[in-house]
Design a protein around this ligand. Structure first.
Ligand code: FRU
Length: 499
């Protein structure tokens, strides 16, 4: 094993000891030590889920990309394994960038990733190629034939400085992968390749391209079939907002359409944001052994990476909750993975509560919880204008979800979560009440909130670094509203002991 990886493994082992468990989220993955961005190599291998991630063990800032590594039986309780790769070869010494994993015919695991090297030693002139490593679920060796896909293999006019984030999947003939790229004017293109063995790759087609509407470069593609359609996920850089879509600049877009095997092109029919909150980027999916398409994303926004609550925090970056994907009425919908339900305890249930001013409900509070709300107007009364729920609340702080009936808009606002900076703190999305009702499922961990709206129709995700003492929850309406609430604690000591 190369010195640089040995050193990283020794260093991360020591650095991780300085992070007490209670300083981390309870059930969202953080880096073992230092910095984490995109999820990589999300896969099921030898009976366990593997999740690798973009990783700098040495600092809480992006630099010197390694691959961190964690495994889990249930996608929620992760065990750290030593770093899987370090940028230690001439073709990747400026970083082992994002990629994916598949099991090979001989039972080994293949990692397909982007190796970044400097052109003439200049940092701002980097060349990106696709490389492989194989391993046994713990140790991985990069192969001597790297890189396995170079920009020389591509059609004319593509940008060799932007060619990254291969996502591999199995086919009847072997493997395929999609890679993000752009042309010389900076517009994203997704390239499709095939391989019989995972090592020798042939360019097939430009699967999809940006006509200028959705940002510039398209990062971290993923491509899969779902409920009779084909879905392309991309994370474009520098998007402009359109109505209520694409407010984050760098965000993730789902295109839903059909793959034409003749032309090897994807024909999108509709597109939408994947998450309408503040912190969500670069997701990737796997197909679970029981056939679910499960997605996990980086719970962060590149524009707010300074926001970590405390200068002393020794980790940076969290993954979202893994989410099951499905199509409903032509939209990509998401629900939290069902494995979460085993970790719910101590239900507190209220039915048909009248909310007509500020309401606190005994037993409804906490910082690590799963809460379902159904909200409807009081029959025979004028329609209310605004309903809101404040959480992570005390005298000084709160984060708020508020719904305005006349606009059908739901807003998340973390302005009062302890930040002293001029970052964006709110996002809005349009939601459609069904039979006058809205349904919200709010999942809180120590430093995040994920809101699943109307059974997964839309999701809003935000990191929240409010003081952990802020545990309160309150409800408000400026008219007469009826509400059902079910709240569970998540991963409480009690459930831990009995599992
Ligand atoms: C997306 C990204 C990827 C790249 C990685 C580098 O967040 O920019 O395109 O591979 O991060 O860490």
């Amino acid at each position: 094993m190369n010195q640089k990886l040995l050193f990283a493994r020794a260093y991360e082992g020591v650095a991780a000891q300085q992070i007490p468990d209670e300083a981390r989220p309870l059930f969202h993955l953080t880096p073992y030590a230092g910095w984490m961005n995109d999820p990589n190599g999300f896969s099921f291998y030898q009976g366990r889920y593997h999740l690798f991630y973009q990783y700098n063990p040495y600092d809480t800032k992006w630099d010197d990309m390694h691959w961190g590594h964690a495994v889990s039986a249930d996608l929620l309780q992760w065990d750290y394994l030593p770093a899987a790769m370090a940028p230690d070869e001439p073709y990747d010494d400026k970083g082992c960038f994002s990629g994916s994993a598949q099991e090979l015919a001989d039972g080994r695991q293949l990692l397909l990733y982007t190796g970044v090297r400097a052109e003439g030693g200049e940092r701002d002139k980097e060349i990106q190629t696709q490389c492989v490593a194989v391993g046994d679920g713990l140790d991985y060796a990069k192969l001597p034939q790297n890189p396995v896909i170079s920009w020389e293999d591509l059609p004319e006019g593509l940008d060799k400085h932007n060619f990254r984030d291969p996502k591999i999947w199995k086919t009847a003939e072997g493997y395929r992968c999609v890679v993000g790229s752009c042309d010389e004017s900076g517009l994203g293109k997704i390239l499709l390749f095939r391989s019989a063995d995972g090592f020798a790759w042939t360019f097939e087609s430009i699967l999809a391209e940006n006509d200028g509407r959705l940002g510039l470069m398209w990062e971290c593609p993923d491509f899969f079939s779902l409920d009779g359609k084909d879905v392309l996920l991309v994370s474009p850089q520098d998007m402009l907002p359109e109505g209520f879509e694409y407010h984050n600049g760098n965000g993730t877009v789902a295109m839903i359409g059909t793959f034409d095997e003749q032309t090897r092109r994807f024909l999108p029919e509709a597109d939408q944001a994947v998450d309408y909150g503040i912190d969500f980027y670069a997701p990737t999916t796997l197909l679970s052994p029981d056939g679910r398409r499960i997605m996990i994303g980086w719970m962060q926004n590149w524009d707010t990476t300074q926001l970590s609550g405390s200068k002393d925090r020794k980790w940076f970056g969290q993954m979202t909750l893994p989410r099951e994907l499905f199509l409903r009425d032509g939209r990509l919908c998401q629900r939290p993975i069902r494995e979460l339900e085993a970790f719910r305890s101590r239900p507190v249930i209220y039915e048909n509560v009248l909310v007509d001013s500020v309401v606190h409900l005994p037993g409804i509070q906490g910082r690590t919880l799963d809460m379902e709300l159904t909200v409807r107007p009081e029959p025979g009364e004028p329609l209310y204008h605004k309903f809101s729920v404040r959480f992570m609340e005390n005298e000084q702080f709160h984060t708020k979800l508020s719904y305005r009936t006349h606009e059908s808009v739901l807003r998340i606002d973390r302005k009062f979560s302890g930040s002293r900076r001029a970052y964006i703190h709110q996002r809005r999305c349009q939601i459609a009440p069904r039979n006058g009702e809205i349904k919200l499922r709010l999942i809180l961990d120590r430093f995040s909130a994920e809101v699943f709206i109307n059974d997964g129709e839309k999701v809003m995700t935000a990191t929240i670094f409010t003081d952990l003492a802020a545990q309160g929850i309150s409800f408000f309406a400026d008219g007469k509203v009826r509400m059902d609430v079910t709240k569970y604690d998540l991963f409480s000591e009690e459930t831990h002991e009995t599992l």
